[in-house]
Design a protein around this ligand. Structure first.
Ligand code: SF4
Length: 364
């Protein structure tokens, strides 16, 4: 097994250690004071990809509704986790709030110098400035770095675009960022193939930090790595967040990882948010049947929680032909009848910032 020269602290790859790490983290989160300043206020966001047919592919016949009417907020300094099976729209959501995908509808309000400003209306210059404040780290550290270029050249590009031109300044910033991710400063003159997967992901994190962002969107940042290296990278992300007062949007399919790092969690399915809550609340009192199924797959026997695995029947339906009513109705173990097929459930407020879209609940 590959190992990296970093501080492996809390999580290890044995289930018992993961369990105690998660519980320590959840207990700490219980005590964490909340900061209510919003960084993002996302309202009714839709990102559809049109499907064309015909000889010249000019006739639009349908849409892939990757993100469908999604509303949530991100608070300054928090980590908001976005979890769901592959194809649920979580990556498109992350890319949409950076406008790497063009939203089809809704608003993405971003706190630009104290004013909530809709990024979907930004011009090219505004978008350029916005992307200095909000950076993204992608899933695959192998394709994220150009194999033909030294690390120095990959890092220099965004820095030069933002006005850092002298070699002295470039080196100073790069060396600082490499130290922050526990890599040796002289690594900037090496090529990507000289690094392990974990080191490459740390290089990608360092590159995202090079322009001093306020928010980092992390799209499956550890899923391509060995479990032991995942732990190192997650602990490193937490340390960097504290040092630099960063806000994270952490996207992953693995609920145990998302639970560990997140303050609040959004559960997505077929482009919709089904539930969102504080991570402690979600862990202890999951409300949506889909969240219950995801939690049952986490290898942690929770005190007071049914540990029996809930196996969902069938696959996630196509986002082109979504089920009517509740998007989860054809797989739901708690289906309660026609209402589930006929009516889209509204969000019910369960209190404590816990919301669920399911007809089983009346709300407050
Ligand atoms: Fe299940 Fe009905 Fe709730 Fe959907 S609305 S999750 S089908 S009980």
């Amino acid at each position: 097994m590959k190992t990296d020269n970093t501080n492996q602290k809390t999580i290890d790859n044995s289930n018992s250690d993961i369990k105690s790490a998660i519980h320590t983290n959840l207990d700490n989160k219980d005590m964490k004071s909340s900061n209510n300043e919003l960084v993002f206020d996302v309202r009714g966001l839709k990102t559809y990809f049109p499907i064309y047919e015909g000889t010249f592919k000019k006739k639009k016949v349908n849409d892939v509704k990757a993100v469908d009417n999604v509303t949530f907020t991100v608070k300054r300094g928090e980590t908001i986790g976005v979890v769901g099976e592959s194809g649920c729209g979580k990556t498109t959501l992350g890319r949409s709030i950076m406008r790497l995908e063009e939203p089809t509808g809704g608003e993405v309000l971003y706190n630009l110098h104290g004013t909530m400003t809709d990024i979907t209306k930004f011009n090219k210059d505004q978008l350029f400035d916005f992307r200095k404040e909000v950076q993204m780290v992608f899933q695959d550290p192998y394709s994220a770095l150009n194999p033909m270029r030294k690390i120095y050249d990959s890092f220099a590009e965004p820095l030069k675009a933002h006005g850092v031109n002298s070699k002295e300044d470039l080196e100073m910033i790069m060396e600082d960022r490499l130290r922050r991710v526990n890599l040796r400063p002289e690594f900037i003159y090496r090529y990507p193939h000289e690094f392990s997967g974990g080191q490459r992901q740390r290089l990608c994190i360092a590159r995202a930090l090079s322009v001093s962002p306020e928010v980092v969107i992390l799209d499956e940042p550890v899923s391509a790595l060995d479990v032991s290296i995942q732990a190192q990278v997650i602990n490193l992300l937490q340390d960097i967040q504290k040092e630099l007062d960063l806000t994270y949007v952490f996207i992953a399919h693995d609920l145990s990882v998302v639970e560990y790092i997140s303050d609040r969690i959004i559960v997505m399915y077929l482009g919709h948010i089904l539930e969102y809550a504080d991570s402690v609340e979600l862990n202890r009192k999951p409300a949506h049947p889909y969240t219950e199924a995801l939690l049952s797959a986490v290898p942690i026997p929770e005190v007071g929680r049914e540990s029996k695995r809930i196996v969902l029947e069938g696959d996630v339906p196509s986002p082109i032909h979504k089920p009517s009513g509740c998007p989860f109705h054809n797989r739901c173990p708690k289906y309660i009848g026609e209402i589930c097929e006929q009516k889209v459930p509204e969000f019910k407020d369960l209190g404590n910032g816990h919301f669920v879209a399911c007809h089983l609940y009346q709300g407050k």
